[in-house]
Design a protein around this ligand. Structure first.
Ligand code: GLC
Length: 580
């Protein structure tokens, strides 16, 4: 399966749109406090009442061409559109449900309109299809024992269809999902992505495989995302959890895709004005790109088909930035060094290295571990006696989020050892080796994709994800890094992150750090909470002061001492070593 187009494009647009856009988060004067497309489940609105929206649905302002051409200009090279979301309403012509937009006053097939616009503007067309949850159907998945979505509402429709004994998921899957996916994969030309969501165990490995096979048989080049199956690793690439940003490296053969909202909802909500700045999104885009991951940026048009005004401003600004950085961003460039740098984001491809300073280091900073004959550099640069490159003129670039560009005569050689960069070494969890006792655990061991797309693991074991170490609670588990450190004094801090959406960082965890025979046991404290990440709060805890008498290669070992309380689950993202 050729996945190179996907990695090369790097970013795409997510389009969440359906009947839920009409109420826009408000039902009979009641405002919902969670994502807009969940309004029916949040307020337990009976199908009889909710489906009245289909009789009103006439989005006269929806203009596929205008949307897709704006996405194309902004460098969002593929589109994923909600052909059917959890409410079951289909935005395409189908023989397998009357509940579709051709039967609404508009009589329109939006998958057709968008796929034609995509073909005109060179954007790859992809489809989101809720293959497990379907609130309109009695037989749609109803995973009651799993508990509630965010503790707020049922996952499946248990308000219209309370009798679980009467439900037959297989009937829904065979009678609606497979035939509709067949329609979607045959009627609209090339489809590049099939995006499934919320795979509860009713989607057995066998059913998921059937669906994947169907997609691949009808569209051999179409990539399927990992949310297709929750019990086995499947699909062609891994979708991260909602609004997660990768902190490690995405594997070549199973690329990652992050997905972000522009405000706090996927489907339109009239009262959500909590917009991210274009700068913040550019940052997430670069964080993803340097980790080798894609990013889908979400848009939620209103009930008339209009995008909220801030989205248009956003698209225009993104297009402007894209004209300047598109060459760096596309083409599967990524950070060629083994560590992320605290003062910049890096993208390397061929002879070129794009360095996007973040402003954290001030106007100049040094880069280590890059060897080669420099042909040109867009900022003043000096080669230091130790081989580092000292770049300056960075502040202005940081302000505009533009890169310094270093071009070498030949592809430079990158040092793959972990070493200080401008006085700081960030050891991402995913760069470390994971052990259970003496035994090394392989990458991906014991991990699989959970119902909302999150990575899950076997109970009682840690496992590595592109976001860091999860389930980090077994005192037998440790993580180890080997790195080069010059003689000197260092402060060591640990970055951990809350794994639940919007819960504060808190922890009672004690960790044990070992460096070359020295050992520290520390209770993690909220020493410095991160301000930037809106959804999953990060925190730096001070662990130790280290003094090294000579330059040396050191092995660093970190283990947790106590089982954390399940409510306060935090994951280990990185260890930071900072020269004093
Ligand atoms: C969640 C929600 C869904 C949304 C999706 C986007 O899984 O259930 O409404 O479409 O995230 O990733």
């Amino acid at each position: 399966m050729d996945k190179s187009w996907f990695r090369k494009l790097r970013c795409g647009a997510f389009l969440h749109w359906g009947l839920y856009a009409i109420p826009g988060g408000v039902w009979k004067g009641r405002e919902v406090d969670y994502i807009g497309e969940w309004i029916q489940a949040l307020l337990r609105i009976p199908n009889e009442e909710y489906s009245q929206l289909a009789r009103e649905f006439n989005p006269v302002d929806f203009d596929a061409d205008k949307l897709v051409s704006a996405f194309a200009r902004a460098g969002l090279g593929y589109l994923v559109f909600t052909a059917k979301h959890h409410d079951g309403f289909c935005l395409f012509e189908t023989q397998y449900s009357d509940y579709n937009s051709m039967n609404s006053p508009c009589h329109r097939d939006f998958v057709r309109e968008l796929s034609e616009a995509c073909a005109r503007h060179g954007v790859k067309m992809g489809l989101y299809y809720s293959h497990c949850l379907d609130w309109h159907e009695k037989d749609g998945c109803d995973p009651r024992p799993v508990g509630k979505n965010m503790g707020l509402c049922s996952w499946g429709n248990d308000w219209d269809f309370p009798d679980q004994g009467e439900k037959d998921f297989g009937r829904y899957f065979q009678g609606k999902v497979l035939p509709q996916v067949q329609e979607l994969m045959t009627h609209y030309g090339p489809i590049s992505v099939f995006w499934a969501d919320c795979p509860f165990p009713d989607v057995t490995a066998e059913r998921a495989r059937q669906l994947v096979d169907l997609v691949h048989r009808l569209q051999p080049r179409c990539l399927v995302n990992s949310r297709i199956c929750g019990v086995e690793k499947m699909g062609d690439y891994g979708t991260l959890g909602d609004n997660e940003v990768p902190a490690g490296v995405s594997p070549e053969d199973f690329p990652s895709e992050g997905i972000i909202t522009l405000n706090d909802t996927w489907g339109y909500k009239r009262h959500d004005h909590h917009w991210k700045s274009v700068r913040a999104v550019e940052g997430i885009l670069l964080d993803s790109a340097q980790a080798g991951a894609n990013l889908l940026v979400n848009f939620g048009p209103d009930g008339q088909g209009n995008l909220p005004a801030p989205c248009w401003d956003f698209l225009e600004e993104l297009a402007r930035w894209h004209r300047q950085v598109g060459e760096a961003l596309h083409g599967d460039g990524r950070n060629p060094l083994p560590q992320t740098l605290s003062w910049c984001r890096l993208l390397g491809r061929g002879r070129t290295l794009w360095i996007f300073p973040t402003g954290k280091a001030g106007d100049s900073a040094s880069l280590s571990g890059v060897e080669g004959e420099l042909a040109s550099c867009t900022v003043p640069v000096e080669r230091l006696p130790n081989g580092d490159w000292r770049l300056s003129g960075l502040e202005e670039l940081a302000e505009k989020n533009l890169p310094a560009v270093m071009t070498f005569r030949e592809e430079p050689r990158y040092d793959h050892r972990l070493r200080l960069q401008n006085g700081i070494l960030t050891l991402a969890a995913s760069q470390g080796r994971l052990f259970h006792g003496e035994r090394e655990r392989k990458a991906g061991e014991g991990a699989f994709v959970g119902p909302a797309g999150e990575t899950m693991g076997d109970a009682g074991h840690s496992f590595m994800t592109p976001m860091g170490l999860r389930n980090w609670g077994n005192p037998q588990d440790s993580i180890q890094w080997t790195c080069l450190l010059p003689a000197g004094k260092y402060q060591i801090r640990l970055l951990t992150r809350q794994m639940w959406h919007r819960k504060p960082w808190e922890s009672q965890r004690k960790v044990r750090l070992e460096v070359e025979g020295q050992c520290w046991e520390t209770l993690l404290r909220p020493d410095q909470r991160e301000a930037e990440n809106l959804y999953y709060q990060g925190n730096y805890s001070r662990l130790a002061s280290l003094e090294l008498p000579r330059d040396q290669e050191v092995t660093i070992k970190l283990a947790t001492r106590e089982e954390p309380e399940p409510q306060a689950e935090i994951r280990l993202e990185a260890l930071e070593i900072r020269r004093e």
